[in-house]
Design a binder for this molecule. Structure first.
Ligand code: ASP
Length: 337
């Protein structure tokens, strides 16, 4: 332990989750849309919190929370995932457990209903960390995970996003709205039914938790980005980029995958805590707000929980679907303020 890390325990158990970050179109949000997202985040939070309170491990809690979010079509993970350029879906997911330094991940899977369960199976039932495509699907089948037809993941509003991207002839990011430094035209939010401008949105889902045994875990799952190139893999399944857990902190990211990979974002936060003795808040501020805010503004955010039960949910976009709970605080938010 770093000598500076002598904070008192603030909560024996804690959880935080996200459902994507991006630009909020406040003027376009209907009360119904806001209520649907808020209710979904609230239910996902309750799923994870109730498990932790009943004695589940952090790994069990983050996995169950992400399964819930994958099954909810509002988010870009599992059902409701964005379309690739060729009109399909390729899903990425990862889990990591802090105290064992174990991780599992899958990339580019097309028929696994809950990719996060396949990621956990890689961690628990293989000697590997990351399995891609057919190999990951074979493992999922071996482990008895539910397989679905590739069109199970399709929804009308994600198809509308792909059609718009194809017309514009570019990767219309459910993600990065500033690929070449200029804010792209906004897609009609009425089509998407989504209060975050889909051109400026990072729709990945993720959860982090501290359990009553003092252990930390992180889980992340995504459909990637609309119109992404065949076999493109983002940061979510890359340990240290979009997902990380160690004995100090658990982190799950959402944002422009290429930026998060090249800045090793999740591990960058963890390293500040481990080697510099920074607090969770200081580390998050330095990486997400100060560093990324300068080199890649509008690139995304993270949710993080430390071993003392502190939670931090920083983002450099205008909003992030997020929720958190400790023994003393509970919150569900979409916007910055
Ligand atoms: N980080 C994800 C990716 O680049 C996207 C997201 O967060 O929505 O695949």
């Amino acid at each position: 332990m770093h000598p500076n890390q002598t904070q008192p325990q603030v909560s024996k158990i804690a959880i935080a989750l996200h459902g994507g970050a991006g630009t909020i179109l406040k003027s376009q949000i209907s009360a119904d849309q806001e209520a649907a997202y808020t209710e979904a985040l609230d239910t996902a939070l309750r799923t994870g919190w109730d498990l932790l309170a009943a004695g589940a491990t952090a790994l069990e809690a983050v996995t169950a929370t992400v399964v819930w979010l994958e099954n909810c079509p509002l988010f870009n993970a599992g059902k409701g995932a964005v379309f690739t350029h060729t009109g399909g879906h390729e899903l990425d997911a990862a889990v990591m457990e802090g105290h064992t330094n174990k991780a599992g991940a899958v990339a580019g899977v097309r028929t696994i209903k809950n990719p996060i369960l396949a990621a956990k199976a890689v961690m628990e039932h293989t000697d590997h960390v990351l399995l891609a495509q057919a190999g990951a699907e074979e493992l999922a089948a071996e482990q008895g995970l539910e397989l679905v037809s590739p069109d199970y993941f399709s929804t009308a509003f994600r198809k509308a996003q792909l059609d718009a991207a194809l017309v514009e002839g570019r990767v219309l990011l459910d993600h990065d709205g500033k690929i070449d430094g200029e804010i792209k035209a906004k897609q009609d939010p009425v089509i998407s039914g989504d209060p975050i401008d889909p051109n400026h949105k990072f729709g990945t889902v993720g959860a982090v938790a501290l359990d009553q045994y003092g252990h930390l875990a992180a889980a992340t799952s995504t459909g990637g980005m609309t119109n992404k190139r065949y076999n493109r893999i983002g940061d979510s399944p890359l340990i240290g980029a979009g997902t990380w857990a160690d004995e100090n902190v658990a982190i799950s990211a959402t944002g422009h995958g290429e930026v998060f990979i090249c800045n090793v974002v999740a591990y960058d936060v963890a390293a500040r805590i481990k080697y510099q003795g920074k607090s969770l808040n200081q580390a998050c501020q330095a990486t997400i707000i100060d560093h990324l805010g300068e080199v890649a503004p509008d690139s995304g955010g993270i949710v993080a929980v430390d071993r003392f039960g502190n939670v931090c949910l920083p983002f450099n976009t205008e909003g992030m679907y997020r929720a958190w709970q400790t023994e003393s605080v509970r919150g569900v938010e979409i916007y910055k303020d």
